[in-house]
Design a protein around this ligand. Sequence first.
Ligand SMILES: [Zn+2]
Length: 214
Amino acid sequence: MAKRLTVPRQPFTVNRSPSTVKMILPIYAFGQPVLKKVAAEIDKDYPGLEELIANMFETMHHAEGVGLAAPQIGLSIRLFQVDTLTPQEEEKEKEGTEPEYQGIKKTFINAEMIEESGKPESFEEGCLSIPDIRGDVNRLNTIKIRYFDENFVQHEEVFDGVNARVIQHEYDHIEGVLFTEKLKPLKKRLIKKKLEKIKKGQVKVDYKMKFVRR
Ligand SMILES: [Zn+2]
């Protein structure tokens, strides 16, 4: 999920220790079939899992996102990440502002949404796969989710507010659902042309993307 507010980009630095060199992966753009697939579960022997997780965080941070799902880098597997913590830490360092909620930085593997509850809330979402488009999406504000972490330890946790919102958005990705499908009919009509342009790569974006045709 793309960040709501933009913060000046941090200079990108590469970790030079050979075993931990992280890679920025191209983000698959709207129109790529992988974004519409229901993703498959993985097990702890999934090849290169540790590296994949590190590379996905790197990719997300580079694109200034707060969430990224594996289908967005072309892998139809049930893995996504949420990092609402790093932007808070950056803001605190720069502006001295105290965060309004407790951010999280987590990897969710084989997640299963158990319950969505609480108040319906409208919140403006964006997506790294759909640059330049934002729109209000209605979701319930509390979730209960079961998932495995990067060490394949199982958790069942409750999240609310922004964390729940980002998790819901990323969870939709592993179900093959995009936030643009959840916008009001009028808004859907308004963005139709823009979506077609994104499909063709006719969009300005400052991170690496993979379009259907170019
Ligand atoms: Zn997204």
